[in-house]
Structure formats: C-alpha cells, structure tokens
Design a protein around this ligand. Structure first.
Ligand SMILES: [Zn+2]
Length: 366
C-alpha cells in the first residue's frame, strides 16, 4: 500500500536521522569534554557538521567566537534602582532615587530590544554568566526594599505595576528570566522600606524571590553609614543582616553580596570580607558601589568584586549607557553562549584590561 510505503520511509528517515544525530553529537561534544578539564588556553577545532543541521552544540572555536562577536572581557551594565513609583505622566520629572513604573517598564523593553539578558550580582562575581550567544548580561539591582519594588495585592497576586510584576510580565515570552538582585532594609523608620513593606508578607516575598532565582543580599540592617560607624557596630550589622535574611529566606539560602549603604565604605574594608558577632560568622564575597559606570568583566584583570560599579537609572541615563555601548561595541560584553569556555578578542582595548590567567576553564581568543 502506498500509505504503508510512506510510513516505512518516514520511519526509516527518522531512525537513520536519529543515529546520524547521535553519532555527530558524540563526535562534537567529545573535544569539549576534554577541553573543559584543562586550565590553559586552548584552541579547539572540529570538522563536525554545522550546528543548524543537528541542533547539537558545537565546541567553541576562534572562528565561531569571532562570527558571533563574542567578548566576555567586555563591560557589563549593573543598574541601580530605588523607589519604583506608580505610573505617571511620562514627561513628568522624577525625583531622585525614584523611577515610575511606566519608565521602568520602558527600561526593560529597551534592554530586551537591545540584546540584554538578566543575571544577578552573584552570577557576575562567580563568573556564572549563562546567557544565550550574542546577548549581553545586565544586572538589575534594587536597594532599600520599598513596596513599589514588590507589592502583593489583596487578592494575593503580584501588583503588575510593581517592579516584580513588570519583570514577571516581561518574562512571559520566555526571553527574560526572573533574575535581579534585591538589597532590602530590615529596620528603618519608614515602614514602607522594611522588607518591601507589607509586614505580614515579608517572609513570603523573600522566599518567593529566591525561588524565582533572584538574589537577596544585604544592605546592612539600618542603612548604616559604614564610613562613620565603629568597628563593633559595622560587624554587628553585617552579621545580623545576613543572619536575618538567611533565616527568613530559609532552605539554606546564603547571602553573597553587600550593597554598601550610600556607597560609603568603611576605612577597614576587611570588615566586609569576614567577621563574627555573637557566634555568627559572616563573609561577603561581593560588594556594590553606587557609581562608577559600567562594571568590568569578572574575567578581566580590572574586576574588583568588592567594588562592583553601578549606574543609577534616572531620566535618560539608561538610554545614554546603551547608546554609549553601541558607539563603542568593542567594550561591550557579548556572550558566546557557552559558560564553560571564555571567548574574547586577542587584542583587547586598554579599557578592558586583560583576561585573567586563572579562569579555570578554556579560553578562546581570536
Ligand atoms: Zn540604600
């Protein structure tokens, strides 16, 4: 029968295709598996079939890295937000440290349209930048935990006009995962700024953020000025803020990052790295400044995890930062899509420093 023949032909094609795909997959993943165990720079070459034929990932080569313009030594935008206010007249002037929900929504749409993809501060500092090829990482940081950042409505849903609601909506097309870093306050006079307001929902919010894949870090306990405070008070706040966030988030969550209040570092910065208060030991592995422009790549000799630079989003500042990155594309971080190797041009602009020598994974230069 004709249909029978057609069926057999299709079955044969499917089986044969699967076998070819499987064999080719083994062929092309072999070299990478070996390369990943080395710590020296390598140039992996392969004569395997084109990626589009198989849907399998090929090992990174200088040619492929170059074709996608990969530059993982490039600069990363770390954006800083404080208050997110209700939507308003888009032409109205925003007070300092606030962004209207409408403008925030536009910021995210702009970032998506311009090829950015969200990660957290911890992802940056640990070099776990697992984003699609050709994309640039961006980090959204939220200080001071006002309710506009994360509001739960009476019916239990997330307010679509709060930052979290806007981010969730942005992710509905599958191209914007829920990734951001939050630095809540724990005890200040403004009740709205204590753990996103809504006292009965504080724990639920922290746990939900962590579950989504967001980072929750410390911003001290009381928005302490670390520059003008005594060692004892600094140690106490750095310890207790970490302890309380970890207790509330539960499930073994570990705070990694400190957003330094006012960007005022203590004279003795070793207090950030480690300390102990009443039997609780803490260690911060990253600390955020409040200014400085785009951040250096964590794979660059210029990167300082305890002084990660940030940019406040205000007025047109994000548009300007994106336009600056377009004018100097050689400075922009572009992912090769493979977090197990680091790809970058061999000749880096001076502003980017040079690639660290101890990255613990293969380096592809072109
Ligand atoms: Zn603050």
């Amino acid at each position: 029968m004709r249909y029978d023949k057609v069926f057999r032909f299709l079955l044969f094609t499917f089986v044969a295709g699967s076998i070819v795909g499987l064999l080719a997959g083994l062929l092309v993943t072999g070299p990478r598996a070996r390369a990943a165990t080395g710590t020296e720079a390598v140039s992996v070459t392969t004569s395997g079939p084109a990626e589009s034929d198989l849907g399998a990932k090929e090992p990174m080569t200088p040619e492929r890295a170059k074709a996608m313009g990969a530059n993982e030594a490039g600069q990363v935008l770390v954006l800083m937000y404080h208050l997110i206010t209700k939507p308003e007249d888009p032409t109205a002037l925003e007070p300092d440290y606030s962004r209207s929900a409408l403008h925030f929504q536009e910021d995210i749409a702009l970032l998506k349209a311009e090829g950015y993809y969200p990660i957290t501060v911890k992802d940056l500092v640990t070099g776990s930048i697992d984003i699609p090829a050709g994309k640039s990482p961006v980090i959204l940081t939220f200080d001071d935990s006002s309710q506009g950042q994360y509001r739960i409505l009476d019916d239990g849903t997330v307010d679509p006009q709060s930052a979290v609601g806007i981010l969730l909506a942005a992710g509905e097309d599958g191209n914007w995962p829920m990734r951001a870093s939050f630095f809540p306050l724990l005890d200040v006079d403004l009740a709205d700024r204590v753990l996103f307001g809504q006292p009965e929902k504080q724990k639920e919010k922290l746990q939900q953020l962590v579950e989504w894949g967001c980072e929750v870090g410390s911003h001290s306990y009381t928005h302490l000025n670390l520059k003008t405070s005594s060692r004892e008070v600094i140690i106490k706040e750095l310890a207790l803020s970490m302890k309380k966030i970890q207790e509330m988030a539960g499930n073994g969550y570990e705070v990694f990052t400190l957003a330094v209040p006012f960007g005022e570092y203590p004279e003795d910065e070793s207090l950030l790295a480690a300390g102990e208060y009443e039997g609780f030991t803490y260690a911060y592995h990253a600390a955020l400044a409040v200014t400085g422009g785009p951040s250096d790549s964590p794979f660059s000799t210029k990167f300082d995890p305890m002084h990660v630079k940030r940019m406040e989003v205000h007025g047109d500042s994000l548009k300007q930062a994106i336009n600056a990155a377009k004018k100097s594309p050689e400075l922009r971080y572009i992912s090769d899509g493979d977090p197990t190797v680091i790809s970058a041009p061999a000749d880096l602009p001076e502003e980017l420093g040079s690639l660290l020598s101890n990255l613990g994974r293969p380096v592809i230069t072109y």
